[in-house]
Design a binder for this molecule. Structure first.
Ligand SMILES: NC(=O)c1ccc[n+]([C@@H]2O[C@H](COP(=O)([O-])OP(=O)(O)OC[C@H]3O[C@@H](n4cnc5c(N)ncnc54)[C@H](OP(=O)(O)O)[C@@H]3O)[C@@H](O)[C@H]2O)c1
Length: 293
């Protein structure tokens, strides 16, 4: 469907699902979109914190159409349950913002026994996207936004040891996962659903603070040249709400501009292999097919 054939939907009727919405970039993204009067659903992993943030966003945005679900997104069963719970409350998801993510300086495995960075930063985006697709309208501009990172530029998809069992390097695992976020963009057959990826900037959030002393050092070093979460959420909000990007698909944005991503991110053979591996690792039965190369 071409851009001119897509119907427009008022923002007050548009539903947004945002992961990692309890802190940092995701929290500001949820607040600013709620201020526009949209229907906003937060995903958080900590029930008390998520309820508190939801109440805060409702109050600051003067918008009661803000709700939440609880899911640890590194656990696939939780993502499947989340999708079912979402469907029982909402019939539509117009915009999915895959934002929850983290860096792990030492190797950890998820509840499912999958290396944590790959599980949380990539398989979570992949699985939640697929489970939301049936709820995404085809006659309006439905959008999927993957919060990636410029770290993807140094990333390689290491098919020989994708979970870094032999040798773990936290940065390489992070860069691989963020490259996977870019590789997923634009890969859906459904032409009216756009998928774009973005780098938010180097943003002063709690990112990397989950890594003890080393994490605090890294966090403090990043803070020396970080932008605020308000600045860092601008590209997510732009891709989620702007009319300027209707019909734009499969691009990588930085500072609200489409830029060239790493050369590996354009490699269709790598994208296809990653897609097939991700289907296998998430147990998806009737997947949406990858766009023909
Ligand atoms: N900050 C940067 O400089 C920067 C740069 C490039 C890209 N990014 C990307 O931006 C995204 C947001 O990061 P941020 O900087 O806003 O970090 P943040 O302040 O640490 O926020 C991360 C969010 O993800 C949630 N989260 C973490 N693990 C989760 C899990 N297992 N299940 C469900 N939710 C989980 C956190 O929940 P809690 O509130 O419960 O902790 C929080 O809401 C990430 O994808 C990151 O890779 C950040």
């Amino acid at each position: 469907m071409t851009k001119s054939q897509l119907k427009t939907k008022p923002i007050q009727e548009t539903t947004f699902l945002i992961s990692g919405a309890t802190d940092g970039i995701g929290k500001v993204t949820a607040l600013e979109i709620a201020k526009l009067g949209a229907k906003v659903t937060l995903i958080g992993r900590n029930p008390d914190k998520t309820k508190q943030v939801t109440d805060e966003i409702r109050m600051l945005s003067n918008n009661e159409a803000v709700d939440y679900f609880i899911a640890d997104l590194s656990i696939q069963e939780n993502i499947y349950n989340l999708a079912e719970a979402y469907k029982s409350r909402h019939s539509v998801c117009d915009v999915l913002i895959n934002n929850a993510g983290a860096l792990f300086t030492s190797r950890k495995e998820s509840h499912d026994g999958i290396e944590m960075t790959f599980a949380l930063n990539h398989l979570n985006y992949f699985l939640l996207t697929h489970l939301m697709l049936p709820l995404m309208p085809q006659d309006t501009h439905s959008r999927i936004i993957n919060v990636s990172s410029m770290a993807h530029m140094s990333g390689r998809i290491n098919f020989d040891d994708i979970q870094q069992r032999r040798f773990y390097n936290g940065w390489a695992a992070y860069a691989q996962s963020k490259l996977a976020n870019v590789l997923l963009a634009g890969k859906l057959e459904q032409t009216s659903i756009s998928t774009n990826a973005l780098h938010p900037g180097i943003v002063a959030t709690k990112f990397a603070a989950n890594n003890g002393f080393m994490g605090s050092l890294l966090r403090n070093a990043m803070n020396l040249f970080s932008i605020s979460p308000e600045e860092g959420s601008k590209t997510s909000i732009y891709l989620a709400t702007s009319e300027e990007v209707v019909g734009i698909n499969g691009k990588y944005f930085d500072n609200m501009k489409a830029l060239r991503s790493s050369s590996e991110s354009y490699d269709k053979a790598i994208a296809k292999r990653l897609w097939e591996l991700s289907l296998e690792m998430t147990g998806l039965k009737e997947p949406y097919v990858q766009k023909a190369a």
